[in-house]
Design a protein around this ligand. Structure first.
Ligand SMILES: *[C@@H]1O[C@H](CO)[C@@H](O)[C@H](O)[C@H]1NC(C)=O
Ligand SMILES: *[C@@H]1O[C@H](CO)[C@@H](O)[C@H](O)[C@H]1NC(C)=O
Length: 970
């Protein structure tokens, strides 16, 4: 989770899109620093290393990355480098860190030519919005190596009682801790001794912060010291081992000389001493007994006092004597009625006689208050006139809520003044105004897809903050939500909000205000979203904005084609519907194998009033050839909402070509009975190859009936299209006279309707037979029927006409009229057969036979009556006698009536026992209804108890089964 997501409850709204955050926070961020502490030589470059060691769950980009280098030292805080969302907000001029380096994960800061003001703590904060933050701290110490100079005389004469001085000067070094000692090595004595009569002045500070110090040694050399060497041994943090410098001094024996100079010298010296004693007297009087009251100047405060940042308030007290003083600090806030004591600083050292003027005196006592305010040890100075000055420093740590407009008083008490001198000042505590970075969010958003706009608000203090989101569209302003400490207010439930807050060590805060919503074209296209922030340190609200363009992706439907089964070399229209896009501008292109087809038609874009989105249908007409059946046709759509064009694809793989049937050709052209003939039909031009060919003779399939002919198929192909020649070979008989041969071709790929061709066999010179005519058309059992048939085209009258039922010659009910001459000068004969239809006529052929008495040929015309099978009706089983006695005989009877055809199967049984041998089935007879009826019987011997008998009758033709049961009771 983010470091402080919960630390700003005021900003966490009622509706939290937690899911989005969970997803974001699966990874981690870790930093690497080489050493926690770095030492750099003065004026050299220092590298503060800070690199991303590990980052998962996010990537670096200018949009989401923030880098903050914070610096803390004894003298204050500042920010050497601040980078936020692609902008370097702050940078010391000596600090070097490039954006490219940051984006590659290297946040190391290079400080050029460091000086002592760079000494302190550096913190590298890296945050990746909205959820990661990591920090590392590095201590930087700036060092300077001392320049060591040894000062000495070149030659010193020993034995004259004179002194020699050796000076070891260390200059320009840092830190100011150092040590210099003098060593004397005397080879004759074989020893090295440390010289103890040394005098070390306190180190002096150079303006650049480095120190100088001189260590002086005085000694009275003796004869035995001749040959000695003197070395200054320096220890300092910058030397790993003590550093030795040898003095160029030679000791030698003295020559005898006159000493007049020293007498004159002692007279002058005594005069100087007398003057000095008098001067000292006056000085001591002025110092100890002459009192002067102090003067207190106005309190000095820094130009800006910032909330929760330390500040120093200085009270200058000057020109007082003696060196005794009490400075007290008080605070009076707006709330409190009285003033509150903060701390004081006191000095009452009456007896110290300083050797050096302008010497700084450190006071070690510190007074602390509960808030971390403290009176710092002041700097006391002795002025040239013997009076003293002091600056008392109060370090405060103001809180804007408590200390703004508070009064701070500095009170000074001194023995020369009977009253307390006081000075007051009113504090103006300021906050730090938030800095808004550009709103992070996509400029192009998709209709009805979820979007997050993130408003980064940085480095403000104190809390709280008031954030308002609003949008402007067509000059109309609409408030979306208001977030403040006390209350969050959502104006529309379209929006939800999440705030992520980070706190920094300087008590400043950053907040990422994230607005979640689903933009729509109607409500959000070309709208501007504003994030407005109000803060105590802002006179006017700060705001950032982002303009949204809402787009809707076009949807491309599958290509439809007309006709559905495209025909080779015929016009084919492809249509593609593109819908639900916005804005209106769209580019549609038709491509064939990725090459643009010119002249494709495109219909006009229309606005769908229901969803306010656009749509159109584009069509393209092509003439596909067989070779192009693998070609890919594309309807390609390009629109500003798309990164890549979308398309629908179509391949005319199902190209078809309709078969073409030739006429049926007969060979020989004039068939004769008893002479082999061939019927031929060419089927060509079809595609694909699958085809079903059937020959029929008078509606009967030739394929199933070899007596109707033999079929041969010869396949071939031409230009990729298929062709078949089919032939039926037969030797016709007189029965085939007037038979109709028909071919049916079914090419299901191109059409569901079969193609047909017919050919009627007609023997030359043969009469022409009519169709049979039935009256009534649908004959009924037990009802009379007339069957008519006529023959025409007879050349003479010598003919015989007869009727048969199967092989039985029928004479009754036959009526023959003619032959009569027709107007074509041929003869015609009509015949009619009348009879009562019975079950015997079921599936029995009726034959009309014609014989030309001058020829041997006999023509037979056949018809089967369209009669239906009828299932039997079975009566209940009857017992005779009805109430038989145990052990007596009885007969069970069952009537089976009105069925057709005749075949039935009867089985009597009792339980599992069948009585096939005992049962009697009478031969069925035609009944009054013209159908069959019969009776079945079973003679039984009556047993004990009740017995169940069953009679099962199955009608063979219809497979109808009737079961009758009889329970015999005694
Ligand atoms: C990071 O940057 C610093 C300064 O530019 C450079 O000295 C250092 O080698 C870089 N580190 C890596 C790992 O590239
Ligand atoms: C310290 O020493 C350097 C070199 O000897 C000299 O130039 C400088 O003035 C000295 N600084 C002080 C404050 O005496």
């Amino acid at each position: 989770m983010g470091p402080s997501r919960d630390s700003l409850p005021l900003l966490v709204p009622a509706v939290v899109a937690l899911a989005a955050l969970m997803r974001l926070s699966d990874g981690k961020l870790e930093l690497k620093v080489s050493q926690p502490s770095v030492e750099v030589m003065f004026h050299e470059n220092g590298l503060l290393q800070c690199e991303i060691a590990e980052l998962t769950g996010s990537t670096l980009s200018a949009n989401n990355l923030g880098v903050l280098w914070a610096f803390t030292s004894d003298t204050g805080n500042s920010k050497p480098f601040v980078y936020m969302h692609g902008v370097i907000n702050e940078q010391w001029k000596e600090a070097e860190l490039s954006e490219s380096s940051i984006l590659s994960g290297n946040m190391s800061l290079l400080l050029k030519s460091v000086t002592f003001k760079h000494t302190g703590q550096y913190r590298c904060d890296v945050f990746i919005s909205p959820n990661y933050k990591a920090s590392k701290t590095i201590k930087l110490e700036v060092l300077a190596r001392p320049t060591v100079t040894v000062v000495s005389e070149k030659i010193v004469e020993v034995g004259t009682g004179g002194e020699m001085a050796l000076g070891c000067q260390l200059s320009g070094y840092y830190p100011c801790d150092s040590n210099a000692e003098w060593l004397q090595s005397t080879p004759s004595q074989g020893e090295t001794k440390l010289l103890t009569d040394i005098c070390i002045a306190p180190p002096v500070k150079n303006p650049d912060g480095t120190c100088n110090v001189t260590t002086e040694v005085r000694l009275e050399p003796h004869v035995e010291d001749i040959g000695s060497t003197f070395q200054c041994r320096v220890t300092h943090k910058t030397f790993s081992e003590p550093y030795l410098v040898t003095a160029f001094v030679t000791l030698k024996e003295a020559e005898i000389r006159l000493a007049t100079g020293s007498i004159v010298g002692s007279i002058i010296a005594s005069i100087i001493i007398s003057v000095a004693v008098i001067a000292t007297g006056i000085f001591l009087y002025m110092r100890l007994y002459y009192k002067v009251a102090p003067e207190v100047s106005d309190i000095q405060i820094p130009a800006r006092i910032v909330h929760l940042e330390p500040a120093e308030i200085i009270c200058h007290v000057s020109g007082f004597r003696p060196d005794v003083i009490l400075v007290s600090w008080y605070l009076k806030t707006c709330k409190d009625s009285g003033k509150e004591f903060i701390g004081d600083w006191q000095k009452d050292n009456m007896v110290r006689i300083p050797f050096v003027t302008d010497r700084k005196i450190e006071i070690s006592e510190r007074i602390e208050t509960g808030r971390g305010w403290k009176v710092k040890p002041g700097i006391s100075q002795k002025n040239g006139d013997g009076s003293f000055s002091i600056s008392s420093i109060l370090e405060i740590y103001p809180d804007i809520n408590e200390h703004n407009k508070a009064e701070i008083t500095c009170e000074v008490s001194h023995p020369a003044s009977s009253e307390v001198i006081s000075k007051s000042i009113c504090l103006q505590v300021e906050g730090v105004a938030p800095k808004l970075a550009k709103i992070i969010g996509p400029h192009i958003v998709h209709h009805n897809n979820s979007v997050v706009l993130t408003c980064p608000i940085h480095f403000f203090k104190p809390r709280p903050l008031r954030i308002t989101w609003y949008k402007e569209m067509n000059g109309k302003k609409e408030s979306l939500l208001k977030l403040s400490e006390s209350k969050d207010h959502f104006y529309s439930n379209k929006y939800s909000h999440v705030a992520n807050e980070f706190s920094f060590s300087d008590h400043s805060h950053s907040v990422y205000s994230m607005l979640f919503f689903n933009p729509t074209i109607k409500e959000d296209d070309q709208s501007e979203y504003f994030c407005e922030v109000e803060h105590i340190s802002l006179r006017n609200p700060a705001k950032e904005q982002i303009k949204l363009q809402v787009k809707a992706f076009p949807s491309v439907n599958a290509i439809s084609c007309e006709p559905v089964n495209p025909v080779i070399e015929e016009k084919l229209t492809l249509s593609c519907k593109v819908h639900s896009f916005y804005p209106e501008t769209i580019i549609i292109q038709w491509l064939k194998d990725n090459k643009v087809i010119e002249g494709a038609e495109t219909s006009e874009v229309i606005l769908n009033l229901e969803n306010k989105l656009y749509e159109l249908t584009s069509s393209c007409t092509i003439i596909p050839t067989l070779l192009e059946r693998q070609s890919k046709y594309k309807c390609q759509v390009d629109h500003q909402s798309l990164l890549y064009p979308r398309f629908a694809e179509y391949t005319p793989e199902n190209l078809v070509s309709f078969p073409i049937l030739s006429e049926i050709v007969c060979n020989p052209a004039i068939p004769e009975p008893g002479k082999e003939l061939t019927l031929t039909c060419d089927i060509s031009n079809f595609y694909p190859e699958d085809i079903q060919i059937d020959w029929f003779r008078d509606e009967m399939k030739v394929n199933d009936n070899p007596k109707y002919g033999n079929i041969v198929e010869i396949p071939s192909d031409e230009n990729g299209l298929y062709k078949k020649v089919t032939q039926v070979t037969l030797t016709p008989s007189t029965d085939d006279h007037q038979a109709e041969y028909k071919i049916e071709v079914c090419h299901t790929k191109s059409s569901t309707k079969p193609l047909k061709q017919c050919f009627q066999l007609f023997f030359k010179g043969s009469p022409k037979f009519s169709e049979f005519k039935l009256e009534p058309e649908n004959p009924l059992y037990g009802k009379p029927l007339s069957v008519y048939h006529s023959v025409c085209g007879l050349l003479h009258e010598k003919i015989t006409v007869e009727w048969y039922k199967a092989s039985e010659h029928v004479k009754d009910g036959v009526k023959i009229s003619g032959p009569v001459v027709t107007h074509e000068n041929t003869y015609k004969i009509d015949s009619c057969l009348n009879f009562l239809v019975t079950a015997e006529d079921f599936e029995r052929e009726l034959i009309f036979q014609f014989k030309d008495n001058t020829k041997s040929e006999v023509f037979k015309r056949r018809i089967q009556l369209p009669l239906k099978a009828v299932v039997p009706k079975v009566t209940e089983i009857k017992c005779d006698p009805p109430h038989p006695k145990k052990g007596g005989n009885a007969t069970l009877t069952c009537k089976i009536e009105h069925f057709c055809p005749v075949d039935i199967h009867v089985v009597w049984s009792k339980g599992w026992t069948e009585y096939k041998n005992k049962q009697i089935v009478e031969t069925p007879k035609i009944d009054a209804k013209g159908l069959y009826s019969t009776i079945t019987k079973l003679p039984i011997v009556v047993g004990a108890g009740s017995e169940e008998y069953t009679c099962e009758i199955r009608h063979t033709k219809t497979n109808d089964i009737v079961e009758k049961t009889f329970i015999l009771q005694i």
